[in-house]
Ligand binder design. Structure first.
Ligand code: PGA
Length: 223
């Protein structure tokens, strides 16, 4: 059976107490299922308390951030650099479409962020919106998310056609053997399996439906 990554993207949601409540609800129903890896990508302030709970309870859950500084440590007020993330998380989302659109992130900046993440020994998850996107050589995980499939993009947004995503996944993999391909955009407990059952799709990136522990649990179970 292939390994599936089920990645939650909480975006800019949850306080520390809310995140700890979420975790205790989630783990009360979560038994690690063979071949599934759960990753929670959260805002920076939630990482330390979540990491403590995960370690104390010996939970098989990994953490990730949703961004990183393009710079190393130094005089960059307000930035969080990759070295600071290193002891807290394992994965870093880079280039999410919301950051490209609302925060003006360019390919150049995204490339620098990936370099920082790799230098710190962390795993970048490069979010791409274009089926012809170039994947930097050392970036092993890509999350393909068509912006109009993201749940907040409009009242009619819906998940992409899994057959189409499978074709895109195999195209990416033909260019980059060994690439881990995730799909994101309106994934829920009803449609998740239609993606994860495809040979070339290695997992999903889940936004809105990861905010409720019960819903995310069902997604993990159904994946
Ligand atoms: P969504 O978000 O699951 O709410 O569509 C996915 C994402 O933006 O990563």
């Amino acid at each position: 059976m292939k390994n599936s990554l089920i990645v939650a993207n909480w975006k800019s949601n949850k306080t520390i107490p809310e995140s700890l409540d979420w975790l205790s609800q989630f783990v009360s129903g979560f038994a690690k299922t063979e071949g599934k890896e759960v990753i929670l990508c959260t805002s920076f302030p939630l990482l330390y308390p979540l990491r403590e709970q995960i370690a104390q309870n010996d939970l098989d859950i990994k953490l990730g951030t949703q961004d990183v500084s393009q710079f190393p440590e130094g005089p960059y007020t307000g930035e969080v650099n990759a070295g600071q993330i290193k002891n807290l998380a394992t994965y870093v989302l880079v280039g999410h479409s919301e950051r490209r659109r609302s925060l003006g992130e360019t390919e150049d900046v995204i490339g620098k962020k990936i370099e920082q993440v790799l230098e710190a020994g962390l795993n970048p998850v490069l979010c791409v919106q274009d089926e012809n996107a170039q994947i930097p050589g050392r970036c092993d995980i890509v999350a393909y998310e068509p912006p109009d499939a993201i749940s907040t993009s409009g009242p009619n947004s819906e998940a992409s056609d899994p057959e189409r995503i499978e074709r895109i996944a195999s195209f990416f993999k033909s260019q980059r053997p060994g690439l881990i391909f995730l799909y994101g955009g309106s994934v829920d407990d009803n449609n998740v399996r239609r993606f994860t059952e495809k040979d070339s799709i290695d997992g999903v990136l889940v936004g809105a439906k990861s905010l409720s522990a019960e819903e995310f649990l069902r997604i993990c179970q159904n994946a």
